[in-house]
Ligand binder design. Structure first.
Ligand SMILES: [Ca+2]
Ligand SMILES: [Ca+2]
Length: 206
């Protein structure tokens, strides 16, 4: 009888184990799971505000503007360079924001065709660059500014949640500096301060 009870007990222990396999268990040998198959691209997540400020922004017809922005969002990296001309056209207008043409980052020295092509090519390559060797982090576009020797620095660059990326963008595009040109908005919402360390990097509810 004892043997039968032991077998029944073993069976009752084994059955739930077999039924409760964890689908989230670690892959064999602690290897990371395979990269998921990508779906259709619907948006970009590189430098912020490039599409809003530079792609078809100054077209007279809103439909043309919207079509250009939609096309930009779904374009794969191999075709990014094709947006340089569109970006350069907008850069020429934004350089005039401070009533001084030619002081935009990387603008050519003379009023000649192609003056804005260099920066347009940089911005068309829609990636955020991070200096992982740096332990100082506080400036959006820092790596790019250092690379072109306009603002030498050792900041890690990239983009943290509380960076005023629009002010930095306006400053670079209007006057070739990292600060000084503002959109008049100094923080998200009503002064929300987002976490730099705790996912999902959101401010506390107000
Ligand atoms: Ca300017
Ligand atoms: Ca701002």
């Amino acid at each position: 009888m004892k043997r039968i009870l032991k077998m029944a007990l073993y069976a009752s222990l084994l059955m739930p184990l077999a039924a409760c396999k964890d689908d989230d268990e670690e892959p064999p040998d602690n290897q990371p799971p395979p990269v998921p198959t990508l779906g259709t691209l619907i948006d970009r997540m590189g430098r912020p505000a490039i599409n809003a400020a530079l792609i078809g922004t100054f077209e007279a017809d809103a439909n043309t503007t919207n079509a250009a922005k939609d096309s930009y969002n779904v374009s794969l990296q191999a075709s990014w360079s094709g947006y340089s001309a569109n970006i350069a056209s907008s850069l020429s207008i934004l350089d005039g924001l401070d009533a001084q043409c030619g002081n935009q980052l990387l603008a050519g020295p003379t009023d000649a065709a192609g003056r804005y092509n260099t920066l347009a090519g940089v911005l068309a390559e829609d990636q955020l660059y991070v200096n992982t060797a740096s332990t100082t982090c506080g400036q959006y576009l820092a790596v790019e500014a250092n690379a072109v020797n306009v603002v030498p620095n050792n900041d890690c660059g990239g983009r943290a949640p509380n960076y005023d990326v629009i002010d930095t963008s306006f400053s670079v595009l209007a006057a070739g500096v990292l600060t000084g040109v503002t959109d008049g908005i100094n923080a998200d919402g009503d002064g929300n301060i987002h976490s730099h360390t705790a996912f999902p990097f959101l401010a506390a509810p107000r």
